[in-house]
Design a protein around this ligand. Structure first.
Ligand SMILES: Cc1ncc(COP(=O)(O)O)c(C=O)c1O
Length: 365
């Protein structure tokens, strides 16, 4: 049996009528940039995620960049997790800031607020904590720290669509929340796309200008913005998928529970802790002889991922961050052990059982 890491087929099929009708509306209006679909999606997303405003942008990386620029962090230091997509750091660089990295909690692999706090200096402008793998990080600790030390707080929620923290929407913890709609995400489009959520009217106004070359609807650029608009076509897909998000997240949780049950007593497999708040973007285990296991699963047709193979402080793009091998031991160790198992909405239980069985057999050999 072959099991891909991600398969969007079922989600596309069950929403086909909805996205086809949105695309037909778009073609009828012949409006492809910042038109009715994007405006409607922004309203629907803000309502679904309990925020006042949503601003569609070109990618999650741009969302992070524009949040930092709007917040006024440019040219200063920004602390984020060493264990995240490199694009978190790239977004920080694109804002003209200097990325600094903190270690993770070894049990959850989420950014450790205490370590981040210890790395704060007078040059620190902002924290960008990441809600990794769909699990909300300790955002209340970051919010307290940011308030106490007058630092900005931008959340990277690119892997946590629909998640809340203790029943509160992310926008209650800070003024800037960045999302990606890259095709593998819990809420996705069929190319690059992203959004920023905020409760502040003034930020929303400035972000709408920043994403559109600094313009305010006309041909005059009032600030040095960028060209990073969510396309109408992507908004058509997103409007069709958004009503399914909670159901799809529940389906991911169901698969995650199957993996929990099937692997919990496997001595060579370590579990990454998560809470009920997680929307299970990825199901990550810590595996003894990870690369061998990965090869073995691939030989059986089971495709896995590694999120991520190197912490950001050891990647060449961030060599100026001032850290070396050994400086962030929990993130470094995790990168040698972690493995993401197949996970997507409507993954058949039989496929998850096959993955479990193949892993158990590998360690029994
Ligand atoms: C945690 C995290 N941050 C940022 C990004 C960047 O998003 P995008 O690929 O839409 O630019 C991603 C997605 O790759 C991500 O997973």
């Amino acid at each position: 049996m072959s099991v891909p890491a991600v398969n969007l087929g079922p989600a596309l099929k069950e929403t086909r009528a909805a996205w086809q009708s949105r695309l037909a509306e778009m073609f009828a209006r012949s409006h492809f940039i910042l038109g009715e679909q994007v405006a409607a999606f922004e309203g629907e997303l803000a309502a679904a995620f309990q925020a006042r405003f949503a601003i569609g942008v070109g990618s999650g990386t741009d969302a992070i960049q524009l949040c930092l620029r709007e917040a006024g962090a440019s040219a200063r230091e920004v602390i984020t997790s060493a264990l995240t997509a490199s694009f978190t750091g790239i977004g920080i660089l694109a804002a003209g800031c200097l990325p600094r990295f903190a270690d993770v909690n070894p049990r959850t692999l989420e950014i450790d607020p205490e370590d981040a706090g210890n790395r704060m200096t007078r040059r620190t402008a902002a924290f960008v904590p990441v809600h990794l793998y769909g699990q909300p990080c300790a955002i209340d600790s970051f919010a307290r720290m940011a308030r106490a030390h007058r630092k900005l707080l931008v959340q990277d929620a690119c892997q946590a669509h629909g998640a809340q923290c203790g029943g509160k929407p992310f926008t209650e913890f800070s003024g800037w929340v960045a999302y990606s709609f890259y095709p593998t995400k819990n809420l996705f489009c069929l190319g690059d796309g992203g959004a920023i959520l905020t409760n502040r009217a003034s930020s929303a106004r400035r972000l709408r200008a920043l994403r559109d070359g600094g313009r305010r609807g006309g041909q005059i650029s009032y600030m040095a913005g960028v060209n990073s608009r969510l396309d109408e076509m992507h908004a058509c897909y997103l409007r069709a998928f958004l009503p399914r998000l909670n159901e799809w997240n529940e389906d991911r949780r169901r698969t995650a529970r199957l993996y929990d049950q099937g692997l919990k007593d496997c001595p060579a497999v370590g579990m990454v802790e998560r809470t009920e708040d997680s929307v299970c973007h990825l199901y990550v285990i810590r595996a003894h002889r990870r690369d061998r296991l990965r090869q073995h699963l691939a030989s059986q047709g089971i495709v896995t991922g590694v999120h991520y193979p190197a912490p950001l402080h050891l990647q060449p793009a961030f060599r100026d961050c001032g850290l070396r091998r050994g400086d962030l031991p929990h993130a470094e160790k995790a990168c040698r052990e972690i493995l993401s198992l197949p996970l997507w909405p409507r993954l058949p239980a039989t496929s998850a059982e096959e993955v479990i069985e193949r892993i158990r057999r590998f360690y029994r050999r």
